[in-house]
Structure formats: structure tokens, C-alpha cells
Unconditional design. Structure first.
Length: 319
């Protein structure tokens, strides 16, 4: 029996817990789209711009919290089930992972993963409707079951991420701006697809498809700028715009450093580090999105979660 079996550490590795903050920031980016669509009223005193009613804002924050909790459960369930379904392949390719190393059993991983998926899907269904909740759960399961068999499975991973801001926006307001949501969800989907393509290099080597995926990342990371320039949403101006542009620059720097690491190191060791950096840039992109939508305080929350993810990553691998 493995002496290191049991305890919380193997589960933290299995859950890839360092990625969880990036899912929460996806929720915040989608919520920012929804907040912009809340019914507005004149402020007390009758002067100044119209703002959403306090009761509507409070309800929206509560709904966003429920969505965030549900989506995190679904995401972490996907991580656990991914390893459970890949146990045989990981025994050859990544024997140090919790299941092939004997620290977590396949049966326990499957049980916990399916339970978390059910709980998370129910929470999301309460907040935004059964259709979107079941769509997210189906995309997660299909990816986990097929990603080693289907060359285009990376598109399912992209769909899993794209569902998140859509769910959050619809949960906050059924009248969410569809044009803005296309930029937010579409940009996130494209960025995730690029990471998924590049991440295959960890096992297969940094070939043409991996290089293509990596080279798409600097462009898709700029989706918040496209949102600001071409989506038709009002320009945020002031410090909100400045913070959004600064977050975009920081995301681009993270992407660029990851590309250098991936190209110059041995794939087996360098690619996981690069993938971690690329995933770690997602909260920066979400922060920029929130700021471009005139929600800088949500952007600051994303930046705080970027710090949390960065602190966890050296201790718990992102891929």
C-alpha cells in the first residue's frame, strides 16, 4: 500500500485546485455582462447617471454566488472524472498522478466526481435554468470521455469554458447584451482551444498543432480590447479603462513568457509550466473584460483571484 495514500494532498492534485479561481473569474466576467443589463433608476436626489436598483444588484450578486459555487463544483468534478477515465493511460504516461500512484482509487474518484457533478449541475440549474446547466454537464462528460479518441475534442473543452460566462450573464439578467456576450464567451472559447491544442505537446511533443495553438493565444487574449472597440458597449473611460488595458498587457506578458518556456524546454517538463502560465492568465483577461464593461470592482476581484491562483500553482500543478 502506498504510504502517501489518503490525506488531502492527493485530492488537491486530482482536483487541480489551483485552476478553480480561474473558473470564478469566468463567472465574474459573465456577471459583468448581466449587470450592465439590469433595470436602471435615477439615484437618490435625482442627479447623476442612472444605476441599477440596490435590490436588483443584491439579488444579482446572490445569483452570481450560486452560479460560481455550482460551476466550480462542475469544473472540479470534470477534473476528477478526467483522471478517473484516463487512469490506464496515466499509468504509462504520468504514473505520479494520484490514481496510478495508488493514492486515490478509481472507484472513489468516480463516486466523488459524479456526486460533485450532480450537485454542481443542480446549483447551476436553480440559478440559470436546466438547459444551460445540462449543456455544461454534458460538455464536461463528453470531453472527459472522448478527449483521447477525438482529434477535435479540444473544441469540447472550449465549449465547457464558454458556457460559464453565458450561464452567469443569463442568471443575472435575461436581457444580457448578446453582442457583448459573444465577445466574452467567444474570446474565452478561442483562448481555451489554443491552450488545449498546445497542452497536447506534454505527451506528443511540441508539433505543428501545438505551435498553432500557442500562437493563437496572444490574439485571443486581446478579446477584451475587441469588446471595448467593436461590441458597441459604452466606453468605460477613466481608471476602469486604464485598469482593463493594464490587465490585458499583463495577460499578454504571461502568454509570451509561457511561449518562451514551452519552446525552449523539454516538452515533458516545460509544457506543463507553460500551460499553467496560460491558464493563470485567464483571470487577467476576465479582469480586463469586467473593466471594459464598466465594472472595475469586479475586475479588481478577478485580479485578487489571479493572485490566489498564482500562489497555489507552484504547490499544485495546473495540468
Amino acid at each position: 500500500m502506498n504510504r502517501n495514500a489518503g490525506g488531502i494532498r492527493p485530492w488537491m492534485e486530482l482536483l487541480r485546485i489551483s485552476n478553480a479561481p480561474t473558473v470564478v473569474t469566468n463567472v465574474l466576467a459573465g456577471a459583468a455582462v448581466g449587470f450592465a443589463a439590469l433595470p436602471a433608476e435615477a439615484p437618490a436626489g435625482g442627479s447623476g447617471p442612472q444605476v441599477a436598483a440596490p435590490a436588483a444588484q443584491l439579488a444579482a450578486f446572490g445569483t452570481s454566488a450560486l452560479v460560481g459555487a455550482g460551476v466550480v463544483f462542475v469544473y472540479l468534478a470534470g477534473m476528477v472524472l478526467n483522471d478517473a477515465f484516463d487512469a490506464r493511460a496515466d499509468a504509462a504516461e504520468r504514473p505520479g498522478r494520484p490514481i496510478p500512484s495508488g493514492r486515490v482509487s478509481v472507484v472513489r474518484a468516480l463516486t466523488v466526481g459524479m456526486a460533485m457533478l450532480g450537485v454542481g449541475t443542480a446549483m447551476v440549474a436553480v440559478a440559470s435554468g436546466a438547459g444551460l446547466a445540462l449543456g455544461l454537464a454534458a460538455a464536461v462528460l463528453l470531453y472527459d470521455l472522448s478527449h483521447r479518441l477525438l482529434p477535435g475534442a479540444f473544441l469540447l473543452m472550449a465549449a465547457c469554458r464558454a458556457f460559464v460566462p453565458v450561464i452567469a450573464a443569463v442568471a443575472v439578467s435575461q436581457q444580457a447584451d448578446t453582442q457583448a456576450l459573444r465577445w466574452v464567451a467567444g474570446g474565452l472559447a478561442a483562448y481555451t482551444a489554443g491552450i488545449s491544442l498546445a497542452a497536447r505537446a506534454e505527451v506528443r511533443g511540441f508539433g505543428a498543432s501545438a505551435r498553432f495553438g500557442a500562437w493563437t493565444l496572444p490574439f485571443t487574449a486581446c478579446a477584451p480590447v475587441g469588446l471595448w472597440l467593436w461590441s458597441g458597449v459604452p466606453s468605460p473611460g477613466g481608471w476602469s479603462l486604464g485598469l482593463g488595458l493594464a490587465a490585458t498587457v499583463a495577460a499578454l506578458l504571461s502568454v509570451a513568457v509561457g511561449m518562451l518556456v514551452a519552446r525552449r524546454g523539454a516538452a515533458r517538463f516545460a509544457v506543463p509550466v507553460a500551460v499553467g502560465m496560460w491558464i493563470g492568465a485567464i483571470p487577467l483577461i476576465d479582469a480586463a473584460t469586467c473593466c471594459m464593461l464598466g465594472r472595475p470592482f469586479l475586475g479588481l476581484a478577478c485580479l485578487g483571484l489571479w493572485g490566489v491562483a498564482g500562489a497555489l500553482r507552484p504547490r499544485l500543478a495546473a495540468s
